[in-house]
Design a protein around this ligand. Structure first.
Ligand code: UGA
Ligand code: MN
Length: 245
C-alpha cells in the first residue's frame, strides 16, 4: 500500500535545506507520494526545482494560512493547518487505500518508521523524540496494552500526541468525510484525531515495538537569519539560489 506523506512548508532561509534532508530520506522509501504544501500564495520555483530533482512521486500544492490567523498580533499561530487540510483534501480526491502521515519538513525520520506505519488499519501511534522537557511523547503501553499517554503537555487533550506521532489509514479517513484539522494552536492533533470519531485511544495500533523505540525526532533547526542582504558585487555570482525572508 502507498504512503501519502503530507508536508507543510513555508518560505524561510532554512526551507531548502530542510526539504533537501527530508527528500533524501523519502528517496529511500518505496511507494510514497510526497504532498508538499506551501503556506504561500504562489509556488516557489526553488521548491519546484528541488522536488523535480528528487525523482520522487510528488504533488506541489499551496494553501496559505488564512489572513485572520496570519495577522494575529500575539500568541501562537496554527502553523501548517491550512497546508495539512489541503493535503487531506488531495488524499480524499485521489487516493483509495494506503496510509496518510503528517510529516513536518524539519523533523528527522528513521526509515524503519515508514515500514512500521505501512500496514496501519485505522490509526497507529509511535513515540516522538526530542519533544517538550520530557524528551519524548508517546502512548504508554503496559503488558502490551494501551494504558495512557506520556507527554509534557496533556492540557486536557483526549489525544495528547505530536503531529509526527501517528499515521492514519486512507480507507479509514475516507469513511469519515468530516474529519479535518482545526485552526486551534496546540490542539491541532487532538482536534483532528477527535474528528476521526468514532475512534477511542484504546483502539490505537501501537507500533515501534509497543512504543519502546524512537523512530522520529522533533528536531528544530536554529534560525539562520542573514543579518545583511546578499552583496552580489562582492560575491560575484548572480545566479545563486538562496531563499531569504
Ligand atoms: C510543533 C508540533 O511538533 C507540530 O507538529 C505542530 O504542527 C506545530 O507545533 C504547530 O504549531 O502546529 P514546531 O516545530 O513548533 O512543531 O512547528 P514548525 O516545525 O515551525 O511548524 C510545523 C509545520 O508547519 C512545519 O512543517 C512548517 O514548515 C509548517 N509551517 C510553519 C507553515 O507552513 N507555516 C508557518 O507559518 C509555520
Ligand atoms: Mn518543527
Amino acid at each position: 500500500p502507498p504512503l501519502y506523506i503530507i508536508t507543510p512548508t513555508y518560505r524561510r532561509a532554512e526551507q531548502l535545506p530542510e526539504l533537501t534532508r527530508f527528500a533524501h530520506t523519502l528517496m529511500l522509501v518505496p511507494n510514497v507520494y510526497w504532498l508538499v504544501i506551501e503556506d504561500a500564495f504562489e509556488k516557489s520555483s526553488l521548491v519546484a526545482k528541488l522536488l523535480e530533482k528528487t525523482g520522487l512521486r510528488y504533488e506541489h500544492l499551496i494553501a496559505p494560512m488564512p489572513e485572520q490567523y496570519k495577522n494575529k498580533k500575539s500568541g501562537p499561530k496554527p502553523r501548517g493547518v491550512s497546508n495539512r487540510n489541503r493535503g487531506i483534501q488531495w488524499v480524499r480526491d485521489n487516493a483509495a487505500d494506503g496510509v496518510m502521515y503528517f510529516a513536518d519538513d524539519d523533523n528527522t525520520y528513521d526509515l524503519e518508521l515508514f515500514h512500521e506505519m505501512r500496514y496501519t488499519k485505522r490509526v497507529s501511534m509511535f513515540p516522538v523524540g526530542l519533544i517538550t522537557k520530557l524528551g519524548v511523547s508517546s502512548p504508554v503501553v503496559k503488558n502490551g496494552v494501551f494504558s495512557g499517554f506520556y507527554d509534557g503537555w496533556i492540557a486536557g487533550r483526549k489525544f495528547p500526541v505530536d503531529m509526527a506521532g501517528f499515521a492514519v489509514s486512507v480507507k479509514f479517513l475516507l469513511q469519515r468525510p468530516n474529519a479535518t484539522m482545526p485552526y486551534k494552536p496546540g490542539y491541532e492533533e487532538d482536534g483532528f484525531l477527535k474528528s476521526l470519531k468514532p475512534f477511542e485511544p484504546k483502539e490505537i495500533e501501537l507500533l515501534a515495538s509497543n512504543c519502546s523505540r524512537i523512530l522520529v525526532w522533533h528536531t528544530q533547526t536554529k534560525r539562520n537569519d542573514p543579518s545583511s542582504s546578499l552583496d552580489l558585487k562582492a560575491y560575484g555570482n548572480t545566479n545563486i539560489a538562496i531563499l531569504k525572508k
